[in-house]
Design a protein around this ligand. Structure first.
Ligand code: PNS
Length: 159
């Protein structure tokens, strides 16, 4: 059984992320969505909330689980017996960011990173843009799974 880890901040999970999960699941037997801490970001949503909305958004997908992870991603992959990290690429600038991470992760434990091209119609969606649109009063319904918008609005109201 091939297990893949799809890591990210998921702050919040978007339809672009769900698209990558579905595509990854078509290749791997089990996909673990790993909601991670990115030390260069202060998230809008706390870890439990990010895990909960990602779990809700992928509950209909068999063979997909959502877990929180702290610490080194490669150690999490070893604990979960995952031999592959999956990342989605929207364009070249994503690759520029992802390439050094893929090389670093491989040099630590040998874990490979596979890149999946997402749906072109979703390539403008980024969690950072979604937060920004919501922060300025725009609707984010078309970019996020059902039920995520109220969670983001609530977090913004209490921020
Ligand atoms: O959605 P993001 O914020 O672009 O995801 C980045 C993330 C969380 C995957 C990355 O920061 C990460 O892997 N963090 C875990 C700590 C770690 O292993 N750091 C070394 C990465 S080479």
């Amino acid at each position: 059984m091939t297990v893949a880890v799809f890591p990210g901040s998921f702050d919040p999970i978007t339809l672009g992320h769900v698209d990558i999960v579905v595509r990854a699941r078509s290749v791997f037997d089990r996909v673990i969505v790993a909601v991670a801490h990115n030390s260069s970001k202060t998230p809008l949503l706390d870890l439990d909330t990010r895990v909960r909305i990602a779990a809700d958004a992928t509950a209909h997908l068999e063979g997909v689980e959502v877990m929180a992870t702290q610490g080194l991603l490669v150690e999490f992959c070893e604990e979960q017996r995952a031999s592959v990290i999956v990342k989605g690429l929207r364009g070249g600038s994503d690759y520029d960011i992802e390439r050094p991470m893929a090389l670093m992760n491989r040099s630590i434990t040998g874990v490979e990173t596979l890149f999946i091209t997402g749906d072109n119609g979703l390539s403008h969606i980024a969690s950072s843009l979604v937060r920004d649109v919501a922060r300025h009063g725009g609707s984010i319904k078309q970019y996020v799974p059902h039920g995520v918008e109220p969670v983001v609005l609530d977090a913004l109201a209490h921020h």
